[in-house]
Design a protein around this ligand. Structure first.
Ligand SMILES: [Cu+2]
Length: 99
């Protein structure tokens, strides 16, 4: 029984993380053109509409937004396009990409 189960469990452990880790990305964007308390809400609303975006946390204090997205459905470029479309060009904060 033990001899049969071990290879199956090993295969399952090898497969599961590679699937989940490839799909979800977290990026931190610098958005210097946010100037008042409404701006983060506008940015959040625009980015949330992008298909594949799971969460958006925009803060005026840091002039940044942390975006979690499924990289099989969208991309960093599409998210940056969404912020630019509503008047807030954004840039990836160097080294913030967590995969
Ligand atoms: Cu504003």
């Amino acid at each position: 029984m033990k001899k049969l189960l071990t290879p199956i469990l090993f295969a399952a452990f090898m497969l599961v993380p590679s699937i989940t880790m490839a799909a979800e990305q977290t990026v931190k964007l610098s958005i210097p053109s946010m100037t008042c308390a409404s701006c983060p809400y506008i940015v959040k609303a625009a980015v949330t509409k992008v298909e594949g975006v799971k969460s958006v946390e925009a803060t005026l204090e840091e002039l940044s937004a942390i975006v979690v997205f499924d990289d099989t459905l969208t991309s960093l470029e599409e998210i940056q396009q969404a912020t630019a479309d509503v008047g807030y060009p954004s840039t990836l904060i160097e080294g913030s990409e967590v995969s």
